[in-house]
Design a protein around this ligand. Structure first.
Ligand SMILES: [Zn+2]
Length: 392
């Protein structure tokens, strides 16, 4: 008679095989059973059994045929985009955006709620999210029974646990139990993570990080953070705060940072820090809007502007060098709206600055690329939290 632990092992194995095949089809696109046997290392019998189950459940569907040399044409399989749906939510400084995606990550519906500056009460944000969920479900005509869950990207540190708790200084959130607030209005599975991490995951799945097992997505906006991926998994640390790259010290006793410390990377390369340094150097900040002001600064040919931009590139390069030395990534993706603005003009200088601040060997084994998805990928990335759980 089979003992308990062994029964679990068999079930785990079956679930593991499902996950392996689903991931192969999700990330590798349509494939025949023969191709899946080759790419996953599973036996032909296992592939046949598991794909049979998945077809019967409607999780995967047939997607045409390909000729095979001499034999019968082979049937291609793919994940059924309409098997389930995921909602992604971007909780930003100025808006709450709720988007509904099918499993192919095609956007099916969208709702936007403006947030006024300094009005980020957790109850208000939760109300917008709940209203948005209702709106996108109705607009897409999708019943909640077909929803796999809701992923939510929020600012600050998300302390993961049975009831995740959010600490977001810029929102005035101290230990906000967002999930508990949302539970008053929805039964859908909820997945909450830092917005920079969700955007990083979008880049890894669908953008410049595709295919990399060891990667860092370095996000530079007003704030600065990183999504560190080791062996295809996001590194989170003990309670989920790992990746606070912006608050690593690049100048001991240096500029005051928004976190209260001195000399953080963010105080030098975050948009607020860059514009602050420019003002201190006697420059005129062109606009109250950070994006407009930073774009103008990058176009400005004055000696003060050029010096500030040059220093920014050096500090950011040093920060990238630190990531290279610490994590030995095969790829670094620079994203975030400010990172993209700077990187589009100064990528070569940025790579050179990183080279100067990294060990030669790991630097030679990495590439530094720009993000492909743009700064609006937070909601898409949040939806990948849901899909990630589905693929497991
Ligand atoms: Zn800091």
């Amino acid at each position: 008679m089979m003992s308990g632990p062994q029964r679990r092992t068999v079930r785990d194995l079956r679930r593991g095989n499902r996950a392996v095949l689903l991931r192969a089809l999700y990330f590798g696109g349509p494939a025949s059973r023969q191709e899946l046997t080759g790419s996953t290392g599973l036996s032909a019998a296992t592939v046949s059994n598991v794909t049979g189950d998945l077809l019967a459940e409607g999780v995967i569907v047939e997607a045409g045929q390909v000729e095979s040399d001499g034999g019968r044409p082979r049937v291609l399989l793919r994940v059924n985009p309409e098997h389930g749906y995921a909602i992604g939510v971007d909780v930003g400084e100025t808006h709450v955006r709720v988007e509904l995606f099918d499993l192919a990550m095609t956007e099916r519906a969208k709702a936007d709620y403006a947030l006024r500056p300094a009005r980020h009460e957790a109850e208000l944000v939760a109300r917008h999210i709940l209203a948005g969920i209702d709106v996108v479900l109705a607009e897409a005509g999708v019943g909640s029974e077909r929803m796999l869950g809701v992923g939510i990207g929020v600012p600050g540190i998300v302390e993961q646990g049975p009831g995740p708790v959010i600490h977001a200084q810029t929102f005035g959130w101290e230990s906000v139990p967002l999930e508990a607030l949302l539970r008053q209005g929805t039964d859908l599975p909820l997945f909450i993570d830092n917005g920079a991490k969700t955007m990083g995951q979008a880049e890894l799945w669908f953008g410049a990080g595709r295919g990399a097992r060891h990667a860092v997505v370095a996000l530079v906006g007003s704030g600065v953070g990183a999504n560190i991926v080791t062996d295809s998994d996001t590194y989170r640390g003990a309670t989920g705060s790992a990746g606070e790259w912006g608050h690593t010290t690049v100048a001991v006793g240096g500029r005051r940072c928004r976190c209260g410390s001195l000399g953080c990377l963010e105080a030098y390369v975050g948009a607020e820090g860059v514009l602050g340094r420019y003002a201190e150097a006697g420059g005129t900040v062109a606009s109250d809007d950070e994006q407009t002001a930073l774009a103008a600064l990058l176009e400005d040919d004055s000696p003060a502007a050029r010096r500030v931009v040059e220093e920014t590139v050096t500090f950011l390069g040093a920060g990238l060098g630190n990531l290279i030395n610490l994590f030995n990534p095969e790829r670094i993706v620079v994203g975030g709206w400010a990172g993209l603005l700077l990187g589009r003009r100064h990528l070569a200088a940025l790579r050179e600055a990183a080279r100067r601040h990294a060990l030669a060997l790991p630097y030679g084994q990495t590439t530094i690329e720009l993000g492909e998805l743009g700064p609006d990928a937070v909601a898409l990335g949040a939806a990948t939290l849901v899909v990630e759980s589905f693929l497991r």
